[in-house]
Design a protein around this ligand. Structure first.
Ligand code: S3P
Length: 420
């Protein structure tokens, strides 16, 4: 994919549905009693992997564009799949499935693509094993022997919504209360959706208590646009002089809105318009205008609230005046690729001043960036972040293996063209 510098980003855009919420709507809808109508569903490869796994466990799911209907079979209504479940590139599918499958009365096995087979699953296997789960291996393929589970009191060593959700889902099947203590607040879409479905779940800041449940009741889910996808368009409008872009219908759940906070710190002009609540989730339209950005510090409790946006935030930092420090971001090493290494490499290849650190990087912004030939490493967020860098840099940028954007944003390059 060849990306040229563009003149300005103007007009209005709507990004596809939130990936995290789309996964959860299919999973929890499958486990609920009744029919879940999902609108605004993300038809990205990751969410389609989730649908495929649940279909293999006997759940009837109809897809009609962004409208998906899940015919739930109840908490104990899954059937043993005939074959190994394949989760593709999706960490969310893999880890959340572990939580659901550990407490079934049948055995399953799960694997995914080459990237998934390298991603750490010990972080879910360990707490689930404390609950009595029998899971072989800490990397895919995982072999799960369904068994009875018991509640635990667990202090999470990492801030991870996938790990938290896996434990919560297993807790629905356990024979007592499960208490989870987060170290930092991670995205809470599971808690919101499960509570709407009638689960016995309480949240007290960083502590979550879930009690076993017999029934979940289906609720319809209107999925807002994904702030992680909106991030690329926010960045394009901020970087390119003369831009003014309205991004409609974006999820701004406070556990996901770190990018807005950091952009405000960087002097960005972003107006949050028409704020509303949709199916328990905060949603708004974002009006983004070109801004003269300045460097900032991104660290601590902010990190989980913008974890997937760090590649494009690093791009913003490279164009900003002054120094940006990214700290506490070691989780980026175990994403779809080692995002810390690749961000440093690619930004340097474009001429930016970047110094890697143990848990992040130091970016001294303001140098002219030049187009380069960059590999996506089959990581959708790397491909999209550097497409935006290419639009703001001098000359031409080529992204190799650029199709991986289909994981979370199938129409990405077409939507980029609309800006120019
Ligand atoms: C997700 C949680 C995050 C995020 C991922 C989606 C989720 O991962 O990076 O893209 O839907 O729960 P971690 O839980 O590993 O932080």
């Amino acid at each position: 994919m060849v990306i040229q510098k563009i003149k300005k980003a103007v007009g209005q855009i709507k990004v596809p549905g939130d990936k995290s919420i789309s996964h959860r709507a299919v999973m929890l809808g499958s486990l609920a009693n009744g029919v879940t109508e999902i609108s605004g569903f993300l038809n990205g490869a990751d969410c389609l992997s989730t649908i495929d796994c649940f279909r293999k466990m006997g759940i009837d799911i109809d897809i009609n564009g962004e409208n998906v209907t899940v015919h739930g079979n109840g908490l104990r209504g899954l059937k043993k799949p005939d074959e190994m479940l394949y989760t593709g590139n999706s960490g969310t599918t893999t880890r959340l499935l572990c939580g659901i499958l550990a407490g079934q009365n049948f055995d399953t096995s799960i694997t995914g693509d080459a990237s998934i087979q390298k991603r750490p699953m010990g972080r879910v296997v360990k707490p689930l094993s404390m609950m009595g789960a029998k899971i072989e291996n800490e990397y895919c393929p995982l072999y799960i022997t369904g068994t009875k589970l018991h509640g635990i009191d667990y202090k999470m060593p990492v801030a991870s919504a996938q790990v938290k959700t896996a434990i919560i889902l297993a807790g629905l099947y356990a024979d007592g209360e499960t208490v989870i203590h987060e170290i930092e607040k991670s995205r809470d879409h599971t808690e919101l959706m499960l509570s709407a479905m009638g689960a016995d779940l309480t949240v007290d800041n960083l502590d979550i208590t879930v009690k076993p449940t017999n029934d979940l009741t289906a609720v319809n889910v209107d999925v807002p646009g994904d702030i992680s996808s909106a991030a690329y368009f926010i960045a394009a409008a901020l970087l390119i002089p003369g831009s003014e872009l309205l991004i409609k219908n974006v999820g701004i759940n406070p556990t996901r809105d770190g990018i807005l906070k950091v952009c405000a710190q960087m002097n960005a002009d972003i107006q949050v318009l028409n704020p509303r609540v949709q199916c328990g989730e905060d949603v708004a339209d974002l009006l983004v205008k070109h801004s003269s950005l300045k460097g900032t510090v991104i660290e601590g409790a902010l990190i989980p609230t913008l974890i997937d946006e760090l590649p494009v935030l690093a791009v913003l930092a490279a164009f900003a005046e002054g120094t940006t420090m990214i700290r506490d971001a070691q989780e980026l090493k175990v994403k779809e690729s080692n995002r810390l290494d690749i961000m440093v490499h690619h930004l340097s290849a474009m001429g930016a001043d970047v110094v890697p650190t143990e848990d992040g990087m130091i970016i001294t912004g303001g140098k002219t960036l030049y187009g380069a030939v960059l590999d996506s490493h089959l990581d959708h967020r790397i491909a999209m972040a550097f497409a935006i860098a290419g639009m703001a840099a001098e000359g031409e940028t080529e992204i190799a293996r650029a199709d991986c954007v289909n994981i979370s944003y199938p129409g990405f390059y077409k939507d980029l063209e609309k800006l120019a």
